[in-house]
Design a protein around this ligand. Structure first.
Ligand SMILES: Nc1ncnc2c1ncn2[C@@H]1O[C@H](COP(=O)(O)OP(=O)(O)O)[C@@H](O)[C@H]1O
Ligand SMILES: [Mg+2]
Length: 255
């Protein structure tokens, strides 16, 4: 089982769009996939029309016992399950603050699912907190959508410095350009600069696309309702790059 996170300190950069489409593409290829919506705003859950059950308990998220399953829901797509978000997830940082081994709890809990899934994709909230550190420890790779602007450059720098100073491996971080508008000189210049600075930037860029924005209307991944559009094709190429970085393997498919 591999764990992939879609993460940024910033909001509105395409973390959820990335999570939803990559989870869908992985499942389409037969990977038993779990999309874990860790953002209390619940945008990923909304896109897949899934709601948390009333019985969903926050304490299951940091338990070594196999209880997290109780919160998992099926999606409308084969091989794709969703762990929907609840507003109470906003208290995770406070909960973690009182726990021992407070930065590795999430990883331990996710490992209880390793027989059920080939891939867990975590859609993260925009912050850099104790919960984020749990993601840094749990994830094999961390995808970082970057809108090519000066502020994003700064955010990526802050994150790589945090990783270095806190003993996390910078190799886990895989940035890529998101919401790219090549007609803007600002975007083009920032992309050239950043590519020189960060050789690990993925080749694929996700364009700014009205089709991707329409996911909110269709409540489906763009890779499902408009799979031949430029936006959907870009996510497909992105997934191919990420899949090879992760070196995922498909285990026995579900019946
Ligand atoms: N490539 C894109 N092109 C155009 N709009 C996008 C694109 N990616 C995301 N959006 C839109 O931008 C907003 C923020 O995207 P989202 O994926 O929710 O970001 P985050 O999860 O980082 O907050 C949403 O309204 C979404 O529909
Ligand atoms: Mg989001």
């Amino acid at each position: 089982m591999k764990i992939l996170a879609s993460y940024s300190i910033k909001g509105g950069v395409g973390k959820t769009a990335t999570s939803v489409n990559l989870a869908h593409l992985a499942a389409t290829q037969g990977y038993r996939t779990l999309l874990f919506d860790l953002d209390p705003q619940g945008a990923s859950s909304f896109y897949f029309r899934v709601r948390p059950s009333e019985k969903c308990k926050s304490k299951f998220f940091f338990s070594k016992e196999k209880k997290l399953q109780k919160n998992i829901k099926a999606s409308d797509f084969p091989y794709l399950d969703i762990l929907p978000a609840k507003l109470s997830f906003r208290n995770f940082d406070i909960m973690l603050n009182y726990m021992k081994k407070s930065t590795t709890r999430l990883h331990k809990t996710l490992l209880t699912l390793k027989k059920e899934y080939d891939l867990i994709l975590i859609d993260c909230p925009p912050s850099i907190s104790l919960l984020s550190e749990n993601v840094f420890n749990a994830a094999d790779k961390i995808l970082i959508p970057l809108i090519p602007t000066t502020l994003s450059e700064r955010t990526l720098q802050q994150l790589t410095t945090f990783f270095t100073t806190h003993g996390y491996r910078n190799k886990k971080l895989i940035p890529f350009f998101s919401m790219v508008q090549t007609q803007k000189k600002l975007h083009k210049d920032a992309m050239t600069r950043l590519r020189k600075q960060y050789p690990r930037l993925l080749e694929t860029s996700i364009p700014f696309s009205a089709d991707i924005e329409k996911m909110g209307i269709h409540r489906e991944p763009v890779t499902a309702f408009a799979k031949d559009t430029a936006g959907a094709q870009a996510f497909k190429t992105l997934w191919e790059e990420v899949e090879s970085e992760l070196a995922c393997s498909k285990q026995k498919k579900r019946a």
